[in-house]
Design a binder for this molecule. Structure first.
Ligand code: RP5
Length: 167
């Protein structure tokens, strides 16, 4: 249902986090390397046919001159979530962020924060959940767990405070 693609195997340590989020939310996905610069024809074929294979959302990660998400969005009718990767050829990450974020009107890429592949996985699941009540329920449970984790940390922090002396 989701395709996770990345420009290089060197992006995998970051992009694996998208796969982990989808696994936790029980969303089927495929994952592979598609390089806009090194395998342009493969990129074209992938983007032209992904929707015909049952893919409904594409997560695309790339670093440096990160053209993969935007080019896939130019070709495919599917929603594309872009993950800017701070790669070895990236100056400081801004190059990847701006390459993916600053798309022209008419060709959106939903860009997450630098290296934020986990958020890309969650966002893809949320898109699919708009038409899937069971998945929507799993996302609600996930959000409740996030809330419980923060409340537990808050309680621990408050418990660690020295007693107030001003009253
Ligand atoms: C980008 O160049 C890739 O997405 C990767 O982030 C970066 C470096 O690729 P390698 O030289 O490590 O293959 O196209």
């Amino acid at each position: 249902m989701v395709a996770i693609i990345m420009g290089s195997d060197s992006d995998l340590p970051v992009m694996q986090k998208a796969a982990d989020a989808l696994t936790e939310l029980e969303v089927p996905f495929e994952m592979t390397i598609v390089s806009a610069h090194r395998t342009p024809e493969r990129m074209f074929r992938f983007a032209q046919s992904a929707h015909e294979r049952g893919i409904r959302v594409i997560i695309a990660g790339a670093g440096g001159a990160a053209h993969l998400p935007g080019m896939v969005a130019a070709i495919s009718p599917l929603p594309v979530i872009g993950v800017p990767v701070k790669s070895s050829n990236s100056i400081d990450g801004w190059d990847s962020i701006l390459s993916i974020l600053q798309m022209p009107e008419g060709v959106p890429v939903a860009t997450v924060a630098l290296n934020a592949a986990r958020n890309a996985g969650i966002l893809a699941a949320q898109m699919l959940a708009t038409g899937d009540a069971a998945l929507l329920g799993r996302i609600q449970v996930y959000k409740k767990r996030l809330e419980a984790a923060v409340l537990e940390k808050a309680a621990r922090m408050e418990g660690d405070k020295p007693p107030r002396t001003d009253s």
